[in-house]
Design a protein around this ligand. Structure first.
Ligand SMILES: C[S@@+](CC[C@H](N)C(=O)[O-])C[C@H]1O[C@@H](n2cnc3c(N)ncnc32)[C@H](O)[C@@H]1O
Length: 223
């Protein structure tokens, strides 16, 4: 799992005690993912709790996610949505990895939210565009983007169209372990994240705020 930026292990432990108890399947997903070489891609438990709070605030019934990995964030969101909407909750989950999402599907089944989650294995830009072409513009309450950073703008434009007014779009890793504040770093991912932040700040279609939750979470409320 990725540690929340700048927090000591003691504070991370304190947060875990202060927040609602982690669902046992989320805890297992976290523990088992820790053994994988790419474990740091997983969101932190405190970010999962925060996203569940946002889903509840929005009374979210329909959401999309780009970047599933082994399923922690999708499971957290789906659990909150299914509790609020036992009938009709729907999470569109986009990824390109058969291997990682196979593990995710096991957790979704175990937590009994597999009926809520629709997995699409394809480049997410295509999947989001297909949903728009199918007339689903304005049909989603919440979106979470946590995948290839160089496609951020494509996800921004499509994600924003999929959201209803008052819906929320979340972008993960916008502090990029601090690299966005290093002028010497001009790599494509860092540059794309800076451009995303600049665009959100001056975009009249949204009210955007950047938070230091996790590795930086950019939150946009669609006007
Ligand atoms: C940082 S991980 C997601 C972590 C996840 N949200 C969690 O809570 O564990 C990024 C994921 O994005 C996926 N990904 C990368 N490029 C993609 C693309 N073009 N379309 C869809 N998914 C992509 C990767 O396969 C990987 O599973």
């Amino acid at each position: 799992m990725s540690a929340s930026l700048g927090l000591s292990p003691e504070l991370i432990g304190y947060l875990a005690q202060a927040n609602p108890p982690e669902h046992p399947v989320l805890a297992r997903c976290r523990a088992e993912t820790a053994a994988l070489p790419m474990a740091r891609m997983q969101i932190s438990p405190e970010q999962g709790a925060f996203m569940q709070f946002i889903a509840r605030m929005l009374n979210a019934k329909r959401a999309f996610e780009v970047g599933v990995f082994t399923g922690y964030s999708s499971l957290a969101t789906a659990l909150a949505m299914k509790e609020m909407h036992p009938l009709g909750a729907h999470l569109l989950a986009c990824d390109v990895s058969e291997e990682w999402t196979l593990q995710a599907r096991g957790y979704w089944r175990e937590a009994q939210v597999d009926d809520v989650i629709e997995l699409k294995l394809a480049p997410a830009t295509e999947t989001l565009q297909q949903r728009l072409d199918a007339g689903q513009g304005g049909a989603y309450d919440m979106g979470f983007i946590d995948a290839d950073k160089s496609s951020s703008d494509a996800y921004y434009e499509r994600g924003l169209k999929l959201l209803r007014p008052g819906g929320v779009l979340l972008f993960d890793n916008v502090l990029w372990s601090g690299r966005v504040a290093d002028p010497a770093d001009t790599t494509p991912d860092t540059t794309a994240l800076r451009a995303l932040a600049q665009k959100a700040r001056s975009d009249a279609r949204v009210h955007a705020v950047m938070t230091s939750v996790g590795d930086g979470l950019l939150m946009m409320l669609k006007r």
